[in-house]
Design a protein around this ligand. Structure first.
Ligand SMILES: *[C@@H]1O[C@H](CO)[C@@H](O)[C@H](O)[C@H]1NC(C)=O
Ligand SMILES: *[C@@H]1O[C@H](CO)[C@@H](O)[C@H](O)[C@H]1NC(C)=O
Ligand SMILES: *[C@@H]1O[C@H](CO)[C@@H](O)[C@H](O)[C@H]1NC(C)=O
Length: 237
């Protein structure tokens, strides 16, 4: 299953952590606050390879904005992800601990009741304590039941899907590789199990704790993520 995930998630399956310093006592309702700490954004892309970025491999011309940031900023070229799979890589990024220590060594399934253990401290919780506004936009995949939801793991704002694109039937069959089936139009039709897909549950899209779309429209998802990220940046800066 894990190898499959790696292949499947070539799509825009990323997780964007937005952290913005919120100056105490100054309302952030669109106004600029005199921030003393740096605002920052962490982008975790499930399946971006070294050679996918133009800045690393000149033949690629697909990432002009990231290439520009690399040109204008500081690059650290020896960063290592703690795992090559979805949930463990996220768990380590957020806790600073290897899977063996934080307990997340495998991907969570759509039927999982657990998630990143609740006694683990996330980066977002630490930042919130020091006055940051925090948001996560994109694929979470660290547990979606009860207190495992990102809204209870230190994030003020959440917009995204709780697990991978292929972990549910969708309105856009064929979007994923392998193609996941469309959600059945009639509840009486039982969809057959397709390897790598979980056709029984329609993929949900959350805003905070509310499901705002199900099945999610995968065609417009990346655009929505972009819009919500920009909205949060403008709200918080
Ligand atoms: C959380 O609990 C588990 C199981 O008892 C333990 O292995 C882990 O180290 C704990 N995590 C922290 C941060 O204390
Ligand atoms: C999401 O939750 C945050 C924190 O409670 C709240 O400020 C924000 O208005 C909520 N956004 C939506 C769209 O519900
Ligand atoms: C999904 O989004 C695309 C792009 O915005 C749109 O063209 C399409 O009609 C949407 N599909 C559904 C089922 O709403």
């Amino acid at each position: 299953m894990e190898i499959l995930f790696l292949k499947v998630l070539v799509l825009v399956t990323c997780f964007v952590g937005l952290f913005s310093y919120h100056h105490p006592g100054i309302s952030s309702g669109g106004k600029k606050s005199s921030s003393k700490k740096t605002n920052f954004i962490i982008i975790l892309a499930d399946d971006i390879g070294w050679g996918d970025l133009g800045t690393n491999w000149g033949k690629r011309k697909d990432t002009p904005n990231l290439d520009k940031m690399a040109m204008e900023g500081m690059r650290f070229v020896d960063f290592h992800s703690a795992a090559s799979t979805c949930s463990p890589s996220r768990a380590s990024l957020l806790t600073g601990r290897l899977g063996l220590r934080n307990g997340v060594t495998h991907n969570f399934a759509e039927t999982s009741v657990g998630g990143l253990p609740l006694n683990e401290t996330t980066l977002a919780e630490v930042l919130k304590e020091t006055g940051y506004l925090t948001a996560v936009i994109g694929k979470w995949h660290l547990g979606h039941n009860g207190l495992h939801h990102p809204s209870f793991r230190g994030f003020d704002y959440y917009f995204g899907i709780p697990y991978s694109h292929d972990m549910g039937c969708t309105d856009t069959p064929g979007y994923n590789l392998p193609p996941c089936p469309a959600c059945p139009q009639h509840p009486t039709i039982t969809s057959s199990h397709l390897r790598g897909c979980y056709p029984e549950v329609a993929l949900p899209l959350y805003e905070n704790l509310t499901i705002i779309q199900q099945p999610v429209n995968l065609t417009s998802l990346a655009t929505k993520y972009t819009e919500k990220a920009i909205q949060f940046i403008n709200y918080a800066r």
